[in-house]
Design a binder for this molecule. Structure first.
Ligand code: ATP
Ligand code: MG
Length: 509
């Protein structure tokens, strides 16, 4: 307990403190909410607000300035507007939106403002960065030259990804888009790549499933989950990909490597359209505002491989887009295809025929990744794509029957085996050495005499088999080593041995 001070002494000290205090008038512009609906607040009385500025409402809500008019501005609310009402006061914080970045985020589930959605501690004590940041300039970039291995044979062998590349995953509803991206994230448990999964407008159950899968099969302690669910305010959903990019860029700029999956940009475009219509921007094609291309271009441009002077870090982006009835020429898919460095197209038709992942080899392309493919994999995957494409054409013709040319029959047999190899269950990621072994054996015709149905078991048993019988190859190729002719022959031989083991009576010599 402190002694009660006599009043005179208290007055003296207070006066002395007042004398020391420097007082100056400070003007603060205060606006008023004049209209409030659908997550948008129209505000008057704030003439000097910049586009994208963060506004604070007297109720503690936040929003950002989206459309500026002469007398009013429209702010997109970042919280549910429950207690906010027309007439409420608004001030400009003078800041743009910032989100926390750094190692503290690893393993966490956060909303697009960086607020935890798991039961971990708050994250605002560390460093923060703006959600909108300029993309690295051409001079700051280096060529994409190292691979990002997804562990999915169809991707790594045919449409290899490079660190710093932007590759679109596009397909109809429920064709395995999310699964493919999640497999790519899970495979990074064997690499130094940090992953950011951004959910935009997804159902909570779907997001929970993704997080659970990565927790079970991957390295969640090196992943960040940014979740703007379908039930979140549209402003938050809109922000999610930008937040994810900022969080991933932090690692890129430190010279590390990051991979961002944005699931998905079609929903993001729809949210952008919704906000634009509510803020009375003129609608253009398919009612999207004219800047939707710029929106996604400026977002995806931030994925890059940095030059050695800047630390050589990389940020690879795997945006996802949904098509309707396979229509790749709709507005948003074409935009995204032209922004990215390639696309992996998933087809409903192949999915229905049991091909998983349902990659359409004819429509998919990777424009830069081939150069980044590991030399060993490049050495054995050269012919696969051509053989497979020819097979698909031949298969169409032979459906009508009557073709008995032995060369054609051989090509078809080979193609069926390629298809069986490219069919891969979820969470069954293959390491580089297994992919090389399978494709070497394919090239040497080892599978031609095997029944197609035996290949899935062969693939399942290959990893422990190689660990036991070829640990030197596992180490050598795991470190990006060359595939010498001896090594190739040995791997092929090992696959033949395994095939004999599976089918002892098999005539494959
Ligand atoms: P949506 O349009 O709803 O987002 P999507 O295209 O993301 O769907 P997923 O949810 O990834 O598709 O997958 C759809 C279904 O296909 C899931 O049930 C998933 O388990 C299954 N699936 C996807 N890939 C594979 C695979 N490689 N092996 C087996 N099943 C798979
Ligand atoms: Mg999905």
């Amino acid at each position: 307990m402190t002694e009660p001070q006599p009043l005179s002494r208290w007055l003296d000290t207070s006066r002395a403190r007042l004398d020391r205090t420097e007082l100056s008038p400070e003007a603060e512009a205060i606006g008023r909410v004049v209209h409030l609906a659908d997550g948008i607040a129209r505000i008057s009385g704030l003439p000097d607000v910049a586009l994208g500025a963060l506004l604070r409402f007297e109720t503690g809500h936040y929003g950002f300035a989206q459309a500026l008019d002469r007398d009013t501005l429209d702010a997109v609310m970042l919280d549910e507007t429950g207690t906010l009402s027309v007439g409420g006061r608004v001030t400009d914080t003078g800041e743009v939106l910032n989100v926390p970045v750094g190692d503290a985020l690893l393993g966490r589930v956060v909303d697009p403002l960086g607020r935890p959605l798991d039961d971990g501690p708050a994250l605002h004590s560390g460093a923060t960065l703006p959600v909108e940041r300029p993309a690295p300039s051409i001079i700051d970039r280096a060529k994409v030259s190292e691979p990002v291995e997804t562990g999915v044979l169809a991707v790594d062998s045919l449409f290899a990804l490079g660190r710093g590349q932007r590759e679109l995953i596009v397909g109809d509803r429920a064709t395995g888009k999310t699964s493919l991206a999640v497999d790519a994230i899970i495979n990074q448990k064997n690499s130094d790549v940090i992953c950011v999964y951004v959910a935009v407008g997804q159902r909570t159950t779907a997001v929970d499933r993704v997080i659970a899968a990565i927790r079970q099969h991957g390295a969640p302690e090196r992943c960040i989950f940014v979740v703007g669910n379908a039930s979140a305010p549209p402003g938050l959903q809109w922000l999610a990909p930008f937040t994810g990019m900022t969080m991933a860029e932090h690692f890129r700029d430190k010279g590390q490597h990051a991979l961002i999956v944005i699931d998905d940009l079609t929903r993001h475009a729809a949210t952008h359209r919704e906000l634009a219509l509510l803020t009375r921007e003129p609608p253009g094609r398919e009612a999207y505002p004219g800047d939707v291309f710029y929106l996604h271009a400026r977002l995806l441009e931030r994925a890059a491989k940095l030059s050695p002077e800047l630390g050589g870090g990389s940020l690879t982006a795997l945006p996802i887009a949904e098509t309707n009835a396979g229509n790749l020429s709709a507005y948003i898919p074409t935009n995204l295809i032209s922004i990215t460095d390639g696309q992996i197209v998933l087809s409903t038709h192949l999915f229905a025929a049991g091909q998983r992942p349902a990659v359409d080899v004819g429509l998919s392309v990777s424009r830069v990744g081939g150069k980044a493919q590991s030399p060993a994999l490049r050495a054995v995957s050269g012919r696969v794509r051509l053989d497979y494409a020819q097979f698909q054409e031949l298969e169409m013709f032979t459906r009508f029957g009557g073709i008995s040319n032995p060369r054609v029959m051989d090509q078809i047999a080979r193609g069926e085996r390629i298809r069986a190899l490219l069919t891969q269950p979820r969470y069954a990621n293959l390491r580089g050495v297994e992919q090389v072994a399978l494709l070497s054996a394919l090239g040497d015709g080892i599978f031609d005499a095997l029944p197609v149905s035996s290949l899935s078991e062969l693939r399942r048993r290959l990893p422990p088999w190689l660990d036991t019988h070829a640990s030197y190859a596992v180490t050598a190729l795991g470190g990006g080593g060359e595939l010498t002719p001896d090594l190739r022959a040995r791997l092929s031989e090992l696959v033949r041995d395994l095939a004999r083991e599976i089918l002892p009576e098999d005539p494959a010599k």
